[in-house]
Design a protein around this ligand. Structure first.
Ligand SMILES: Nc1nc2c(ncn2[C@@H]2O[C@H](COP(=O)(O)OP(=O)(O)O)[C@@H](O)[C@H]2O)c(=O)[nH]1
Ligand SMILES: [Mg+2]
Length: 267
């Protein structure tokens, strides 16, 4: 069924090997969700400690090769400035660990914590470390077992504006995964959503593009700085050279040639 959806939208065969990156706040169950998707304990899950470094897990699920990159998260209500440089660079690195870029970024949101304005700001600010294009490749992955039998749509509607805006930013692409115990169908149901998104995007998220955008921005900033400096009135710090009009410069190579053209040309 996934293949048919993909071929219908894209006109190509779907990728046989899927690359996914888990991002999100600490304790949102990124590592647990990664393990559930891979159907093995690829990433360590501790009660007292959260992930510090990116890790890569591979497996074959329902005849698909999967590569999942797990990343450290940010503290749920920290601004980007609050997050330490090491965590920031690890989070950024996650996208580069599955070259040439992930088919889907799973933005993990735990259902047990209230998604308020500061949680939203933390998500926005940390996601801004990637290029804006990242949002077109992101699916919100709701984890934890709080939902019981309540439909997720009801939860999203009831949770308030912040969560609704986040889901809208991800083009209403979301999925619920229980990380407390393995439900095969929940994992299987994630794949058509990923394939549909990849088909719509006509490909995966490209870290090459991210790199180019970053360099382009750097160049623009550099030029803007140069223009700003140029417009500043600077007092001349070098004396203007005196004009040499009418002065004979004996060492000039051109002068020598001019004076000897008849000899050179053989006249
Ligand atoms: N009750 C409950 N606990 C969970 C669930 N998923 C993960 N946890 C626990 O939450 C903690 C953090 O999970 P982890 O996957 O390491 O989160 P991460 O920091 O986002 O990677 C661990 O102690 C897990 O055992 C869940 O669905 N229900
Ligand atoms: Mg983790």
């Amino acid at each position: 069924v996934d293949n048919r959806i993909y071929t219908h939208v894209c006109g190509k065969t779907p990728p046989a090997h899927l690359r996914l990156v888990m991002v999100g706040a600490q304790w949102s169950a990124k590592s647990s969700a990664g393990n559930i998707i891979l159907k093995k304990d690829a990433f360590s899950v501790y009660h007292r400690r959260t992930t510090e470094y990116c890790e890569i897990g591979h497996s074959v699920v329902a005849h698909r090769h999967l590569t999942v990159v797990d990343s450290p998260g940010w503290f749920y209500n920290h601004t980007l400035q609050d997050t330490c440089e090491m965590d920031k660079s690890e989070i950024k690195r996650s996208m580069y660990l599955c070259p040439p870029g992930p088919h889907a970024i799973l933005l993990v949101v735990g259902l047990s914590s209230a998604f308020n304005a500061s949680y939203q700001r933390a998500v926005q600010e940390h996601m801004s470390m990637f290029s804006e294009e990242v949002w077109n490749h992101t699916i919100v992955l709701f984890t934890r077992d709080w939902l019981k039998h309540r439909p997720i749509e009801e939860y999203i509607a009831g949770e308030g504006k912040a969560l609704q805006q986040l889901v809208e930013k991800c083009r209403n692409e979301y999925h619920v995964l229980n990380c407390n115990f393995y439900i095969h169908q929940e994992v299987l149901d994630l794949f058509p959503k990923i394939y549909r998104m990849v088909a719509k995007n006509k490909g995966h998220y490209s870290t090459m593009e991210e790199e180019w955008n970053r360099r382009e921005q750097e160049l623009i900033d550099h030029m803007l700085r140069a223009i700003a400096l140029e417009n500043e009135p600077v007092p001349p710090h070098v004396k203007m050279a005196a004009s040499l009009d009418g002065v004979f410069v004996p060492s000039s190579k051109f002068d020598f040639i001019l004076r000897n053209t008849d000899k050179i040309s053989g006249h």
